[in-house]
Design a protein around this ligand. Structure first.
Ligand SMILES: [Zn+2]
Length: 172
């Protein structure tokens, strides 16, 4: 499963569970260079999916966000994992945990205390002609510059930009 097919599965599940989900349009992700960089070696672009649960009873103004990374495959990128690559399809477990949390909240009929956004940034860290390189510079969604020191440290890139995105939606 890659980030594209995973995103399609999530949209399908959301329909089944009757929970709205946003598969964020690529045009809205242009400034999230860290998230995009991780999939540069992959055939498919990175994805960001967001579930929103609103409280049924209270009208709390505060909101919160939960983020889980979804690395559909982590080859380690150009620097590589060499013989440690087996089972790296499991690097999407964080996003799977967030997905399961949404399912359990919905199926269990639980209410949330405040509006809660569940962000699932999906990517695939592959080797390829366009893959990110050590020494590359990218800008986060909130304007910080990041230098790539090791191409296998992609999880924090994906999480950092998802947190930037969460910050933006929490402000609105
Ligand atoms: Zn890695």
């Amino acid at each position: 499963m890659n980030q594209k097919t995973y995103a399609e599965v999530i949209v399908k599940l959301a329909k089944q569970w009757k929970v709205p989900v946003e598969r964020v349009d690529k045009s809205k992700l242009k400034n999230y260079q860290l998230l995009n960089a991780v999939s540069q070696g992959s055939e498919h672009d990175s994805e960001l999916l967001i579930f929103t649960l609103k409280p049924k009873k209270t009208k709390a103004k505060a909101a919160t966000a939960v983020v889980g990374k979804g690395l559909c495959y982590d080859s380690g990128g150009l620097i590589g994992k060499q013989d440690h690559m087996k089972s790296m399809k499991e690097d999407m477990a964080g996003s799977a945990s967030v997905l399961a949390t949404v399912l359990n909240l919905v199926k269990g009929g639980y209410d949330v205390k405040q509006t809660t956004y569940f962000l699932l940034p999906l990517a695939e860290n592959m080797m390829g002609q366009n893959a990110m390189r050590a020494d590359d510079l990218y800008t986060t969604g909130d304007g910080k510059q990041v230098e790539i020191a090791h191409t296998d440290a992609e999880g924090r890139l994906v999480l950092a930009d998802a947190i930037c995105y969460a910050k933006r939606i929490l402000k609105t």
